[in-house]
Design a protein. Structure first.
Length: 143
């Protein structure tokens, strides 16, 4: 299952986020609404369906001791959540603070998982990326 596309969403005062309709059935079928949220070094959060999280978690756990700090960031901050009866996910206050999430957020499908960004932070990030030269890996890519 591949998740893609951007959704502009509003987070309520309690930190709840409505899962977009286009992803609800897929997430229910794939993981019965069980998700894991953790930090991303780019300043956003990553939201994984539980099976994708387990594969990611196993890769991170297998890293050598020289990556212990990154293990703490990814694994030590992971929060298991479930999509509730109103199709919402609760994002923990610690994770909201780490990603600077306010009311307006962007949910981006990134293939096996999602990224959750503060809307203003994502707009600035995207603008900065677009202003940079295209990376070598994409220079010969055919659009």
């Amino acid at each position: 299952m591949v998740f893609q596309g951007a959704s502009a969403l509003s987070m309520d005062a309690k930190g709840r986020l409505a899962v977009p309709v286009r992803h609800r059935d897929a997430l229910q079928a794939l993981c019965e609404g069980q998700l894991t949220i953790t930090k991303n070094p780019d300043g956003c959060l990553m939201i994984f369906p539980r099976p994708a999280w387990e594969a990611f978690r196993d890769k991170i756990a297998a890293l050598p001791m020289s990556a212990a700090g990154w293990k703490r960031i990814f694994l030590g901050n992971a929060q298991d959540v479930e999509i509730d009866g109103a199709a919402r996910v609760l994002v923990a206050p610690e994770l909201r603070a780490a990603a600077g999430l306010q009311k307006d957020v962007m949910l981006l499908g990134m293939g096996s998982h999602f990224e959750l960004w503060d809307a203003e932070r994502y707009a600035a990030h995207e603008s900065a990326v677009m202003a940079e030269p295209m990376p070598q890996a994409l220079q010969d890519f055919t659009f």
